[in-house]
Design a protein. Structure first.
Length: 237
């Protein structure tokens, strides 16, 4: 057993002693719910084990590209994206110049992050990078009502190509990358690598945990995510 979990109470015991009871539930429901709670507690522990393993990753590759960006406050190099923080999270937004409108799935995820951006920025630097002109990005930000997310244009697409926001055939994909700045050295730390080939049968590619709040909430419901439903940019009046 892992040294960090060997002192923990068994999940089945914690679930058995759970005092919560819902009005008018029957014994069959409680038995099934207790079994599920056992798995939920174990899932929480596994998420923490994975997070601890992620935090313990050795140093990644040095960032050596001469990447250039344009934000709402003007041009910057890669180091400038960090601001005064030691850690940088970059989301590659599928909103290149060839698109009439941005990717709805990206917009949904970023809408959830918008609500947490000020809190996130207390600890790390969070930026969103796309290939469209900054004027187009800021116009979309205003249309969507985003106030806190920081958007940047990848001026020549070099960052997007190197860090898997842009495939060799020119198609865009969403990408999350984490970088660190320690002792003057900027290095890659982690990226989301759960792409199409890693998906289980019947599933879209997804991270674990999923970074979009939408799916986390839908996973709590009897309808679930659905097999053919995706968010839209708008739903009319």
């Amino acid at each position: 057993m892992d040294a960090t979990t060997e002192h923990l109470t068994p999940t089945a015991e914690l679930a058995r002693d759970n005092p919560v009871r819902i009005p008018n539930e029957n014994p069959a429901y409680r038995a099934a719910r207790t079994a599920l709670l056992t798995e939920e507690i174990e899932l929480r522990r596994h998420i923490e084990r994975v997070a601890a393993q992620r935090r313990a990753l050795p140093s990644g590759g040095a960032v050596t590209g001469d990447y250039r960006f344009e934000g709402e406050d003007g041009p910057t190099d890669f180091a400038g994206l960090f601001g005064d923080k030691q850690t940088l999270v970059v989301y590659s937004f599928m909103f290149g110049p060839e698109r009439k409108r941005p990717c709805p799935m990206c917009v949904n995820l970023l809408g959830g992050w918008e609500g947490n951006a000020l809190d996130i920025d207390q600890r790390i630097s969070l930026v969103v990078i796309a290939r469209s002109p900054i004027e187009r990005l800021t116009a979309w930000k205003q249309e969507r009502g985003w106030k806190s997310l920081r958007l940047y244009r990848d001026l020549d697409g070099a960052y997007s190509r190197d860090y898997f926001g842009l495939l060799p055939d020119g198609s865009e994909i969403p990408a999350i990358n984490v970088f660190t700045r320690r002792d003057g050295s900027i290095r890659h730390f982690w990226s989301g690598e759960m792409t199409g080939p890693t998906a289980d049968p019947g599933q879209d590619p997804r991270g674990a945990p999923d970074p979009a709040p939408l799916w986390t909430v839908l996973d709590l419901t009897p309808e679930g995510r659905g097999g053919d439903w995706y968010p839209k940019l708008d739903y009319g009046d």
